[in-house]
Design a binder for this molecule. Sequence first.
Ligand code: RBF
Length: 164
Amino acid sequence: MTKKTNLSDYDPSQVPSGEKYRIGIVVAEWNREITDALAEGAVETLLQHGVDDNNIDLIHVPGSFELTTGADLVLKNKPYLDAVICIGCVIQGETRHFDFICHSVSQGLANVAMKHEKPVIFSVLTTNDMNQAQARAGGKHGNKGVEGAITALKMIKLQKELEK
Ligand code: RBF
């Protein structure tokens, strides 16, 4: 069970400096008020940790299902990127689309990470309703875009250290 805490309260001294890192962000347009807030949290966090504004590449895709193709295309065409943060928000509806989209995007992004051998960060909210999404996009459970940015910085550092 998830702890009912704000996981975005992190210790900044434990986060690597992103001074030399180049990071892609792929944002789904579905539930845009949520995905924009997540993307803003991610960008602000990267800037706070030293990533240069010019080294952040932000692109949009229509829905979360397209995050897989978006991340694949970004890594294929911008091979200098160190990682890609994928941002989406899938809200449970009355049909089974939710299950298919969530399964496809989680599996798809894992495959893209393996294919390109780069960190691909899963910042996709999968919630029962809009309230739960808002609580995780700058509300009482923090901002999962912030956490995605920190995860990206940590994973890039890990990769660079291991591949030295
Ligand atoms: N995309 C999202 O990012 N979040 C959603 O909650 C979402 N719900 C959808 C519900 C239905 C019934 C359909 C058909 C699509 C939905 N999509 C959603 C869009 C999906 O990710 C994708 O963009 C489209 O299916 C086109 O491939």
